[in-house]
Design a protein around this ligand. Structure first.
Ligand code: ZN
Length: 344
């Protein structure tokens, strides 16, 4: 199973104890996967219009079984509604709540729950605030009522439902990427805002007709798994991260050492240039004794580090003494250059 699938399996089993959280998660699932469908063809429902009769059914459908199983559990726990999960084959032209996918000629397997009892539909939609007390309907794709996600516990539940319904993440052994595909920008922004309240920054990108909330940093994804309470997945994810970090730190150290060697070579090349210029345009015999000896030693050992150069001097001097003399030589070379109009 993919890492993403494992996270969903874990989230399916993670059922909040409080009723407010259960309703928040259910509202999230309805928001992404739910739709009211005409039971008969003649029944034409318009938004904001009281359904003439409840000749409608509430369908919750997804390609991922975990979210539908979770929905089943929540309906049972919250409303004591007993339903069944149906498996079906659907065409490619799926309803927009589902993730876009590569077109294949094969028919896609999907799972759904159908509520047909008008009393139950009303009960569920009203609790999830998709229907008001008068029975007026709200667009299920519009942001979930703020009333339902006031508490951080309910926000966690909402995000859990969102990831189960429409989220995915890449295998952390390969790359860091977590996303939730939304059918509209308002939906995406609601998720982004909730994440921000947990101090997690996510971005939104438009992909064809979808708005995708995503994050690509290990810390953000780790925080997300923590927020939705996928603790087992979080541990697995962190293990991947540790291995990756160690590998990176070894690479960083190697790069760093290479860079330092480069620095030494560059500096010694410049010093050699300066000294050769002094030799030619100024004369070693005109240098004070300390500098003359330093110049000769530098030319004799072009690649030696400063500490080593100091040991060749008589009497030996420390690294800072060597540095001081080399700087003096360079200043002198710069003076000669400016006097004689020579460019480096
Ligand atoms: Zn809650």
């Amino acid at each position: 199973m993919s890492f993403s699938g494992e996270v969903k399996e874990e989230l399916q089993k993670q059922v909040a104890a409080a009723r407010h959280c259960q309703i928040a998660e259910l509202a999230s699932i309805l928001h992404f996967c739910g739709s009211l469908q005409a039971a008969e063809k003649v029944n034409n429902r318009e938004e904001g219009v009281r359904p003439s009769s409840y000749g409608e059914k509430l369908v919750i459908q997804a390609e991922n079984e975990a979210v539908i199983r979770k929905c089943f559990t929540l309906l049972k726990k919250t409303f004591n509604i007993n339903t069944s999960v149906n498996e079906k084959r659907v065409g490619n032209s799926m309803k927009p709540g589902l993730k876009p996918r590569v077109r294949t000629s094969a028919r896609i397997r999907a799972y759904d729950i159908e509520l047909t009892d008008p009393v139950q539909i009303k009960q569920v939609l009203q609790a999830a605030k998709f229907m008001d007390k008068e029975g007026m309907l709200r667009d299920m794709r519009a942001p979930v009522s703020a009333m339902l996600i006031k508490n951080s516990c309910c926000q966690r539940a909402f995000l859990r439902g969102a990831f189960l319904s429409s989220g995915s993440m890449s295998d952390p052994g390969k790359s860091y990427h977590l996303e939730i595909v939304c059918t509209n920008l308002f939906q995406a922004e609601q998720i982004q805002t909730i994440l921000l309240s947990f101090e997690v920054e996510a971005r939104i990108v438009q992909r064809k007709k979808y708005h995708v909330v995503y994050m690509k940093d290990g810390t953000g994804i780790s925080d997300f798994l923590n927020i939705v309470e996928a603790h087992k997945s979080l541990m697995n994810f962190e293990n991947y991260r540790i291995v990756k970090e160690m590998r990176n730190s070894v690479n960083r150290r190697v790069n760093c050492e290479t860079a330092n060697i480069g620095k030494t070579v560059n500096a010694s090349t410049r010093q050699a240039e300066d000294i050769l210029l002094l030799q030619e345009k100024y004369g070693f015999e005109n240098l004070p004794d300390g500098l003359k000896e330093m110049a000769e030693i530098r030319l004799a050992y072009p690649d030696a580090p400063l500490r080593e150069l100091g040991e060749y001097l008589d009497p030996p001097v420390g690294k800072s003494g060597v540095n001081h003399r080399l700087r003096k030589l360079s200043e002198l070379a710069d003076n000669v250059r400016s006097q004689q109009g020579i460019n480096r």
